[in-house]
Design a binder for this molecule. Structure first.
Ligand SMILES: [Fe+2]
Length: 164
């Protein structure tokens, strides 16, 4: 995984340190591990989503095309390099493409990816409403984790943002 992350960082747009950057990707990956475990989903798929979904952002602000750009970027890799099948690569691209403007899907793994991303909204001071989450595990995490605790983990960045 380390080699994949290093390549993603090399190919990432100039932006990788903001609130949609590497520390967010790490948090999404951590949620992915938990959700994959409890929901019996493909942990590798969720991990790749964590590191790909925001890597083509151009800024921390409104950037509606970053999902489609991430999806196109996923498809520049070979399935071998991603250590997944062609079909899974296309599913990963779908998960990235629609992670902000969600499309209807019955794919439990893709829904779990979107939950992992949403669960980290606390970093920007947004309380995650379990109603908008798909998996029971994500709902439980959202209910159990008070916002103060979530914000605590991201406190230095939130303070920096508030200062600007
Ligand atoms: Fe994200």
């Amino acid at each position: 995984m380390q080699a994949i992350i290093e390549q993603i960082l090399k190919d990432a747009t100039a932006f990788q340190n903001g609130c949609h950057g590497l520390s967010h990707w790490n948090t999404v990956a951590a949620h992915g591990r938990t959700i994959a475990l409890y929901e019996e989903l493909d942990a590798w798929f969720l991990r790749l989503f964590a590191y790909f979904h925001d890597c083509q952002r151009l800024s921390d602000g409104r950037d509606p095309e970053h999902g489609p750009r991430a999806a196109d970027y996923v498809m520049t890799w070979t399935p071998e390099a991603l250590e997944m099948s062609e079909d899974d690569q296309r599913r990963l691209a779908f998960a990235c493409r629609y992670h902000t403007h969600e499309r209807q899907t019955d794919d439990k793994t893709i829904r779990a990816c979107w939950d992992c991303d949403r669960l980290d909204l606390g970093r920007v001071g947004i309380v995650v409403n379990p109603k908008f989450l798909f998996t029971e595990t994500a709902k439980r995490i959202a209910r159990d984790k008070p916002l103060a605790q979530v914000q605590d983990a991201h406190a230095p960045r939130i303070r920096r943002r508030l200062r600007r």
